[in-house]
Design a protein around this ligand. Sequence first.
Ligand code: ADP
Ligand code: MG
Ligand code: MG
Length: 210
Amino acid sequence: MSGDGAVVVAAVEAVADRIQAERDHLTDLDSAIGDADHGGNMARGWAEAAEAVADLADPDAQTAVKTAGKTVLSEVGGAAGPLYGGSLVFASQELEGGVTPETAVAFAETYLEKVQDRGDASVGAGTMVDALTPAVHTFKKSIETDELPPLEALTKAVAAAEAGVQFTVPIRASKGRASYLGWRSVGHQDPGATSTLYIMEELLAVAAGH
Ligand code: ADP
Ligand code: MG
Ligand code: MG
């Protein structure tokens, strides 16, 4: 296996390992403001996704992302399954021509749009959108306006996602299970924003070659 497809396969494996390592932490975050299943659901789904992409014969990037997304969609369940999995499947079309800075920006934007479409959450609702939105906007600006090298753009995007995760702590959630708590969601870090950050950190690590 070679090229962009191999990088995607490596990225899915890195994400699966990281989510497994953070499983209990994600469960703890979801037990505070949800139903304590985010760690378990995500760990199982991404482990299955890693197996599914490893079984592909010399896939291109689009096929590998689509396969991972389909698996996450069918295995993760809850709110996160369709949001992560369905959006990955949909955004995978942007990688038809392989992974370049331009297609990576298109992929990121389409992924964000799909998450927003499906979940109907804006920034400030206390969800994964709070980490994803600043990350995608920062990535796009870094590539298109500032013309930074892709690794630097991704590094800045990860920093923006990290700030977005912190932003979920003091706000009151208005979407997802955490919204059922009303003001009691204040002071809690959103599990989906946190898993989004972990995924982005792994993308950066794989892109940087370590
Ligand atoms: P569930 O809440 O169904 O148990 P998970 O625990 O797996 O699903 O995922 C919860 C995460 O999903 C939340 O932390 C939040 O980031 C995200 N989420 C929930 N609802 C929405 C939504 N409408 N839009 C965007 N993200 C959402
Ligand atoms: Mg949950
Ligand atoms: Mg649930």
